[in-house]
Design a protein around this ligand. Structure first.
Ligand SMILES: [Zn+2]
Ligand SMILES: [Zn+2]
Length: 286
């Protein structure tokens, strides 16, 4: 059980230990500082603890889809975890695109799940999330084989940002229907930060309610790329052990606040995502 008290007794510790003071102090840009500094530093996680009691005990909060500079995120794993502590989260998953290079242990009461966001084969290159991975899942396989590869090493297979109005990256209804004919996934992001119209949202709700057995738990995640700017924007509420809650299907997605990232930072991230990441992939670095 992760109680807030376990991390609230060391005020000021996270700045020094997480090494976030250096980048903040040396940066002349406010937007850069916000990537690693909590937006409301006086709100320590312990303040939230009593507000989070429910009949089943303390409701814990996860943001299980986060990126770092290992792929197209804008912060290091250390900075990401520091932002998670500041946001009062209990668990995050580091799920970089096609790499597990930025591994990080549990920190200040925040459980860090080792994961990967796997790019499946061309042309759709649909994304699949793996949680609790021991080793990297190869890029470029079919969606079905990717789910199998995650399960083969004891991981959980999760569908991120489904039914987006783009063919690339996001699983579409016909593809998901085909996948669950023979496969089962462990969770699906029913709430995320991607823009989606009402019709697609309703389509997703109906699809989920009809196929719950094979789609697993309903989760929410920020697809965080900007550290403190967007961590905890969308979360998964759970009780007890996260993995058990996923397996029991007792999790609850929640939209906490609007995403608010300065335009300049967004543009820099887009450059990383659309230009640098594909180049690294082409040159075999990913
Ligand atoms: Zn994705
Ligand atoms: Zn992602």
């Amino acid at each position: 059980m992760l109680l807030a008290s376990s991390r609230s007794g060391r005020p000021g510790a996270f700045g020094a230990e997480a090494g976030v003071k250096g980048p903040v102090a040396s940066s002349s840009r406010i937007s850069d500082a916000l990537l690693v500094a909590p937006p409301f530093p006086w709100l320590r996680p312990s303040i939230f603890a009593n507000l989070r009691r429910s009949p089943q005990g303390v409701t814990l909060r996860a943001d299980p889809h986060c990126h770092t500079i290992a792929s197209d995120g804008m912060v290091t794993a250390r900075q990401l975890v520091a932002a998670a502590v500041a946001a009062g989260l209990d668990l995050i998953a580091i799920t970089d695109h096609d790499t597990m290079a930025q591994a990080f242990g549990d920190y200040e009461g925040v459980t860090v799940v080792r994961g990967e966001e796997i790019t499946t084969r061309w042309p759709a290159q649909t994304h699949v999330l793996g949680w609790f991975l021991e080793k990297r899942v190869p890029t470029g396989m079919s969606i079905e084989d990717t789910v199998d590869a995650i399960h083969d090493q004891g991981g959980l297979a999760v569908i991120p940002h489904p039914f987006m109005p783009t063919y690339f990256g996001s699983i579409q209804p016909s593809m998901l229907r085909r996948l669950i004919e023979k496969h089962q996934v462990d969770a699906i992001e029913m709430m995320s930060t991607v823009p989606m119209g009402r019709r697609r949202r309703e389509q997703l709700e109906v699809f989920y309610s009809r196929n719950r057995e094979r789609l697993g738990a309903a989760v929410g995640a920020s697809d965080c790329h900007f550290g403190a700017h967007d961590i905890g924007v969308v979360i998964t509420n759970y009780h007890g052990d996260f993995r058990t809650a996923i397996e029991l299907g007792t999790t609850k997605p929640e939209r906490v606040r609007p995403r608010n990232v300065p335009t300049g930072v967004v543009l820099r991230q887009q450059w990383r995502s659309l230009v640098q990441l594909p180049l690294r992939r082409l040159s075999g670095q990913l």
